[in-house]
Ligand binder design. Structure first.
Ligand SMILES: NC(=O)c1ccc[n+]([C@@H]2O[C@H](COP(=O)([O-])OP(=O)(O)OC[C@H]3O[C@@H](n4cnc5c(N)ncnc54)[C@H](O)[C@@H]3O)[C@@H](O)[C@H]2O)c1
Length: 338
């Protein structure tokens, strides 16, 4: 069975994807520096799957450490999750974001080339869609780097798009995620950020758990029916499955392959709708206060998922109430995260 190197595999999306890979009988090797995760997530994935993961604690910008992994293992493909992901933090500390996200990716690509491993799946983000174009977003719609975080995703997409032109061996699939949310239904793995969460569902869960007095809703004067921002929430297990579909396509290619796919639910919900859905799904009340708009936020963003549905047959299975239940189930079982 093929061996997949998962960078950032201890993180939120990485851990769920590792589980799905193990369940599909792939061998999994993880590199993570745990800057925003905990090795406990890997232990939980091993417990859930009954299989083991080979784990290396290393920073991806450490070329020697990565080289060593490619020497020790015959890697068939890389899924590259590792990166910093907070839009707000990237606006406060752009150098940190450019340094971490770009240096680690360049080092990874150099070592992949050296090891002649040319199959890659990259985690990009819907944040790069230009909001001047109305949603739903298709992969061919204009993209723009509105924040340093978004810029790093755009720059990496640009770098990756150059590779098949320089070496016909490359097979690259870029996945643009909308808003990953929820957790594995067991409640054993989920999102466990090391700092205050900036994503809506973990934030709501923290309020539900009493860790924060009320939810801050960033702006209620957007041109949407209730004035709050509309986003596309995708259950993290649907997202993880999407990687299996993309991986299977990449592994069948003979080279000169470059594709971009949206991974979202194709539906948009406002912040107030999400609060209501969480309250109804979990029978719990979420107090909130409206504050100023947040830098980098747009009014409406949701995916057109027809390309990945048509080409790969992927579609979402989890509903919004399930996203809310699984997010809360994870929070209740793990009040302090991992
Ligand atoms: N969660 C989202 O809302 C979202 C949306 C769109 C795109 N993405 C992208 O998906 C990827 C995974 O996101 P996530 O939500 O799982 O984030 P996460 O922070 O939970 O996981 C990222 C993992 O990468 C590791 N990491 C970061 N920099 C590293 C480095 N230099 N060397 C080694 N390990 C490093 C972290 O320790 C962490 O385990 C990221 O690239 C993110 O930008 C996430």
């Amino acid at each position: 069975m093929a061996t997949i190197l998962v960078t950032g595999g201890a993180g939120f999306i990485g851990s769920h994807t590792c589980l799905v890979l193990l369940e599909a009988d792939f061998e999994v090797v993880v590199i993570d520096n745990f800057c925003n995760s905990d090795r406990e997530s890997i232990k939980r994935v091993e417990a859930l799957s009954g299989k083991s993961i080979t784990l290396y604690q290393a920073d991806l910008s450490n070329t020697e450490a990565i080289r060593d992994v490619f020497i020790k293992h015959t890697i068939d493909a890389v899924i590259h999750f590792a990166g910093l992901k907070s839009v707000a933090e990237s606006c406060h500390d752009p150098i940190l974001y450019y340094a971490n996200n770009l240096q680690s990716t360049l080092a990874l690509l150099q070592e992949m080339t050296r090891a002649k491993v040319f199959n890659l799946i990259f985690s990009s983000s819907a944040t790069i869609y230009d909001s001047l174009h109305p949603a739903p977003y298709q992969e061919k719609h204009p993209v723009i780097g509105k924040t340093p975080y978004g810029q790093t995703k755009l720059m990496i997409e640009q770098i990756l798009s150059d590779l098949p032109q320089s070496d016909l061996n490359w097979n690259i699939s870029i996945l643009r995620y909308f808003n990953p949310a929820g957790a594995h239904p067991s409640g054993m793995i989920g999102e466990s950020p090391k700092t205050t969460p900036s994503n809506l569902l973990p934030f709501i869960s923290h309020v539900a758990a009493g860790k924060q007095a009320s939810l801050r809703v960033f702006g209620n004067d957007y041109p949407t029916p209730d004035g709050t921002g509309i986003r596309d929430y995708i259950h993290v297990m649907d997202l993880a499955q999407g990687h299996l579909f993309a991986l299977s396509e990449v592994l069948q290619q003979q080279g000169d392959f470059f594709e971009v796919y949206n991974l979202g639910s194709g539906k948009g919900y406002s912040v107030l709708e999400i609060i209501k859905a969480f309250e109804e799904a979990n029978l719990i009340s979420i107090p909130y206060t409206v504050v100023e708009r947040r830098t980098g936020d747009v009014a409406i963003s949701y995916a057109d998922t027809s390309k990945i549905e048509r080409r790969l047959g992927w579609q979402t299975h989890y509903t919004l109430p399930e996203i809310c239940q699984d997010a809360w189930n994870w929070q209740k079982q793990n009040p302090s995260g991992f």
